[in-house]
Design a protein around this ligand. Structure first.
Ligand code: C2O
Ligand code: CU
Length: 500
């Protein structure tokens, strides 16, 4: 299944080096110093093409370098990445480097951080890989359609000393809405998707393929599995059938190694989870990985297919922890506090009213008088009119206009200061909420401190949930803050935070 070459530490390399070297000096690699930081040059060409998602038949899609996902970009922490993007699509695009802390001008948000890359044009992105971890890239222009047609790819930044595993594997999860004839359904941005749970598709792929033959493993093998949810909207809740995955990183950032709640690995759109997966099944057996997120719609993602010969009899006893990334620690006592309320969507009025959070809406876009918040006890005429015009979701009463992106900042955060954002989801739906340019700690959910104070860049809010995040706003510029259900984003669920 893995089209992606394994990194330096393959099982074979591991065995060879273990045999050869008692000193265990496998990785003579040091973090590059800024003066000598190695430059990695990559080219990405966005163009229409055809892919084989399932056999038989091909599907017309939009691709980076002819494949979906695009090439796995891999470099080491401390290196510098330069990506030359050629736009061979018939429309404008950009590339956003999801989860990376980079200079604002490299963030890939059309109109806000750069001019969109026109058809036939080129843009060069260049930035340092500050954090090690599992990240990804995708357009930020008409995201629902451009991502939904296949434009996305993994971006892996390796630790200076990779964690010891037998195999380092990336599964980029895609979700396609295909017609009976196997073509991509053209109903992008339809009202139903926007007002409900987004464009949930009907064909889930791993690295751009359905995998009917299964994923080959060996008893005793330890895999670092990097899961990336590249779906427009689908949320995954993966059950590894008796295996006991250990979460070691979320959204690229190390977390105290722990078993996920109820053994289920949950990823909202755009989220990443790094797992340590010890293959504890019996040689020659099969085990199904099942997605259980949507009740009554469980399905088998893939079979783990055990080879007849074990690699070793029991799971290895190697360390699980990853070294921390250089993130500034927020000071909660000194933090400024900001409230953010999400509202709208189907049944939104009902939920908001239950929660005592009803408010009117205001369209914010180029030339529109954005920013006003009006507290009303029922849907205002304006909100009604907007919902009819396609604005479906509101942040602090404001629905943004995606075509503009050049929005006025909703919040201005003082630079180098700690900030708490207290979010309330006064809607009937889940929302993976993403902040650009920073990682934040999730510090509480519904008033309860979180166990791991996990760093994330995209946090999944459940219906009616309240949660708090905290971070140091150390990256100057205008940054998007939005729902990563791309149809919710298109329906207004985005804002700009200015760090100044
Ligand atoms: Cu994954 Cu605003 O993006
Ligand atoms: Cu949403």
């Amino acid at each position: 299944m893995s089209r992606y070459p394994a990194p330096a530490l393959t099982r074979r390399a591991l065995l060879a080096s273990a045999a050869a070297s008692a000193a265990g000096a496998m990785l003579p690699l040091l973090p590059a110093s800024p003066a000598t930081a190695a430059m990695r040059d990559v080219s990405l060409r966005a163009a229409a093409g055809r892919v084989r998602l399932a056999t038989p038949g091909e599907t017309a899609a939009w691709l980076y370098n002819g494949t979906a996902p695009g090439p796995e970009i891999r470099l080491r922490q401390g290196e510098r990445l330069r990506v030359t993007v050629d736009n061979a699509l018939a429309e404008e695009t950009t590339v956003h480097w999801h989860g990376l802390r980079l200079p604002n001008a490299m963030d890939g948000v059309p109109h806000l951080t750069q001019k969109p890359i026109g058809a036939g044009e080129r843009f060069v992105y260049e930035f340092d890989a500050i954090d090690a971890g599992t990240f990804w890239y995708h357009p930020h222009q008409k995201s629902s359609e451009q991502v939904g047609r296949g434009l996305y790819g993994p971006l892996i930044i390796e630790e200076p000393e990779p964690l010891r595993v037998d195999r380092d594997v990336t599964w980029m999860l895609g979700d396609w809405r295909l017609t009976k004839s196997g073509e991509i359904s053209e109903d992008f941005g339809n009202r139903h998707d926007i007002h409900h749970n987004g464009r949930v598709g009907n064909t889930v792929t791993i690295n751009g393929r359905r995998v009917p033959d299964g994923f080959a493993v060996r008893k005793g093998e330890r895999i670092r599995l990097r899961l990336i949810n590249a779906a427009n909207a689908r949320i995954f809740s993966l059950d590894f059938a008796g295996h006991e995955p250990i979460v070691i990183a979320l959204d690229g950032q190390p977390v105290t190694p722990h078993a996920p709640e109820k053994g289920l690995v949950v990823l909202g759109a755009a989220m990443r989870v790094d797992l340590i997966l010890d293959m504890t099944g019996t040689a020659g057996s099969r085990a199904a990985v099942t997605d259980r997120f949507y009740e009554g719609l469980e399905y088998k993602l893939v079979d783990l297919v055990y080879d007849g010969t074990p690699l070793r009899e029991r799971a290895p006893d190697w360390p699980l922890g990853l070294p921390a990334n250089p993130l500034p620690e927020p000071d909660l006592k000194a933090a400024s506090r900001n409230e953010v309320l999400f509202s709208g969507g189907m049944m939104g009025e009902m939920v908001a009213e239950e929660m005592g959070e009803t408010m009117g809406g205001e369209m914010m876009g180029p030339g529109a008088p954005g920013g006003r918040m009006s507290h009303a006890h029922s849907m205002t005429g304006g909100m009604m009119a907007m919902m009819n015009s396609g604005a479906a979701w509101f942040i602090n009463g404001v629905a943004a206009d995606e075509s503009g992106h050049d929005m006025k900042p909703m919040l201005t955060l003082e630079r180098n200061r700690s900030h708490v954002i207290a979010m309330t989801n006064a809607t009937a739906w889940h929302h993976p909420i993403h902040l650009h340019g920073h990682s934040f700690r999730v510090i509480s959910r519904n008033g309860q401190p979180t166990r791991h104070r996990e760093w994330q860049d995209t946090v999944l809010l459940s219906p009616r949930e309240k949660l708090e995040i905290a971070f140091v706003a150390d990256n100057p510029g205008d940054w998007m803050f939005h729902c990563h259900v791309l149809e919710h984003q298109a329906g207004g669920m985005m804002a700009v935070f200015r760090v100044a």
